[in-house]
Design a protein around this ligand. Structure first.
Ligand code: ATP
Ligand code: MG
Length: 541
């Protein structure tokens, strides 16, 4: 052995190895140590390196000569050195281990100053009565790196997933952005997140929104105030740049930027890094999200992620737009349906109704001219008069059902009473009406919507529920009108229930549309004991 390197364990006769056996055992240890790919080092209780193998040179960058005789702490970052020393001292004194010797992961220190994650296991033996510690150190940089990469990827997927779920559940773009901002802040380490919206026109302007996320609202109140009065042009400021580039923009060091619009405001609250990315709808920028960090932050693989999130939120905007144009379309459809009904109703009343009235008059005149002896002609004429009378009544009912004139002239309550009375007769269903006595007149479009909803619900009860009873209630409280129509029938089959939630147009979906036009909502609860349809409409005083 060229130096005072470690000796393998020594046993006396009652446990000692002889000199030859000792030499052999030591040679075996060296052979194993030299061929090992893990670093192996033996130290004494003063932490002095007594033996170190070739692999240690590779891992730590020092030569064996540079390490031998030095303290093992040279291979540790500063902050671990005294922890190590006191741990060795404590162990030597008390036998108490401060960590798991079998396997522990620690940072090591390379000669070039870089920290390297190493996995360490420690064994102890006696050499001439002295304690020796042998450590096996494995460089686990690659493993740690791939673990970190996996963690980052998992977090990234988690973020995309969360934003997707939140976007799908959001009722508006604002909701989707409000849900996305805190998640993006958390993922990127930003302390502040905010949205700008683009306003079309010439020039296109970026308008600051009131959508923010921060965990420290007080700290950033002034910054927020300064931003909320700051409209920007394309290319101007961080959001303007992201909007013009139509891609994420990353500013690692705000301080170094000569043209950062809110530089002094950022520096006043110690914001160091800023980044922004556009929300794209069909290739156009619709909004820009901007973020600020109070530490310097590298983009790493975040730019890519920002672009994906921008596209994701863009899809929400796209959906919102098509939903709103669909809503406008169905509003127009409902309106023209109402107008058409009114026209047909009037037409039936005015033309067919008038012709029938004329026919009745002619038949009466004929009756007067037929001799009382001509019994068979008189019978035919009388039957014809009855038929004409019935026909006239039916046409009037049909005309009124298509558009009840009472609705316009006397209001909802008389129209509902008239309709319910006729409906009860025709269907045989017993219908109770309970309408708040001081309801009075409502706006035309509200009265028409309520009437149509009652018509549709009663028709549904008759067609689908098999109920013999139903009730209608209308009450108002706190400027909210509630219409409730209940039956005691068999309930809406689950499959149908799901379907009506998704479709638009006629029936239940049509009721929903009508209410949506009035900022109202429709709720349906149904089970095997019956169905309750509740429509609520805000009344603007
Ligand atoms: N009061 C009710 N009791 C039981 N089932 C009902 C009731 N109201 C609706 N349904 C069920 O819900 C379905 C959807 O009703 P909806 O009014 O939307 O359509 P519809 O009545 O079938 O057709 P239409 O478009 O002519 O109104 C019905 O087909 C029926 O199965
Ligand atoms: Mg129906």
């Amino acid at each position: 052995m060229p130096n005072d390197a470690s000796q393998p364990p020594e046993l006396t006769d009652n446990g000692t190895l002889g000199t030859e056996a000792l030499r052999l055992s030591e040679a075996r240890f060296r052979a194993v140590a030299e061929s090992a790919s893990d670093a192996i080092a033996t130290i004494d209780t003063k932490s002095k390196i007594l033996f170190v193998n070739r692999a240690a040179e590779k891992i730590f960058g020092y030569s064996i000569e540079e390490m031998l005789g030095q303290e093992i702490t040279m291979l540790m970052p500063d902050y671990l050195r005294h922890v190590h020393k006191s741990a060795v001292a404590r162990y030597t004194e008390t036998g108490h281990k401060h960590m798991d010797w079998a396997r522990v992961q620690l940072p090591g220190l390379h000669k070039d100053g870089r920290e390297i994650p190493v996995e360490l296991s420690i064994a102890e033996h006696l050499e001439a009565g002295e304690k020796r510690f042998t450590g096996i150190l494995r460089d686990v940089s690659e493993r740690v790196e791939s673990e970190q990469k996996l963690t980052r990827q998992t977090a990234r997927i988690g973020l995309l997933q969360n934003v997707a779920v939140a976007s799908n559940q959001a009722n508006s773009v604002e909701d989707a952005i409000t849900a996305a901002l805190p998640q993006l802040c958390e993922h990127t380490g930003a302390v502040l997140g905010h949205a700008y919206f683009l306003r079309e026109g010439s020039p296109v302007t970026l308008i600051p929104s009131s959508l923010w996320y921060t965990a420290q609202p007080d700290k950033f109140a002034a910054f927020r105030h300064a931003t909320e009065v700051l409209e920007l042009q394309l290319g101007e400021g961080l959001p303007g740049r992201a909007a013009r580039l139509r891609a994420p923009v990353w500013i690692r060091d705000i301080d170094q930027e000569s043209q950062f619009v809110r530089k002094s405001e950022c520096l006043a609250v110690h914001l160091k890094t800023a980044f922004a990315f556009p929300i794209m709808v069909k290739g156009d920028v619709n909004a820009v999200l901007e973020f600020f960090c109070d530490q310097h932050r590298e983009p790493d693989d975040l730019l890519d992620l920002m672009a994906s999130i921008g596209a994701q939120l863009g899809r929400v905007m796209e959906r919102q737009r098509s939903e709103s144009s669909l809503r406008q379309l169905s509003a127009r459809l409902l309106r023209s349906q109402d107008e058409e009904r009114r026209r047909i109703g009037r037409e039936l009343h005015d033309s067919a109704g008038q012709f029938l009235a004329a026919l009745q008059m002619n038949l009466s005149a004929l009756m007067d001219s037929v001799s009382p002896q001509d019994a068979s002609t008189r019978l035919k004429l009388s039957e014809s008069l009855d038929l004409a009378q019935q026909c006239s009544t039916e046409i009037r009912t049909l005309s009124y059902l298509l558009h009840p004139p009472q609705l316009e002239y006397s209001g909802l309550v008389p129209a509902v009473r008239w309709f319910v009375e006729g409906f009860a007769k025709r269907s045989g269903i017993d219908i109770a009406i309970d309408i708040q006595s001081d309801l009075g007149r409502l706006k035309d479009d509200i009265e028409l919507a309520l009437f149509r909803i009652i018509q549709e619900c009663l028709t549904n009860i008759h067609r689908h529920s098999e109920s013999k009873t139903a009730s209608i209630r209308i009450i108002t409280s706190d400027n909210l009108l509630t219409l409730q129509i209940s039956d005691q029938g068999k309930g809406i089959p689950l499959q149908q229930f799901r379907k009506v939630a998704r479709t638009s147009g006629v029936g239940i979906a049509g009721m929903r549309e009508r209410l949506a036009q009035l900022d109202g909502v429709l709720q349906i609860s149904s089970d095997s004991t019956g169905t309750v349809v509740t429509a609520s409409i805000p009344l603007v005083p």
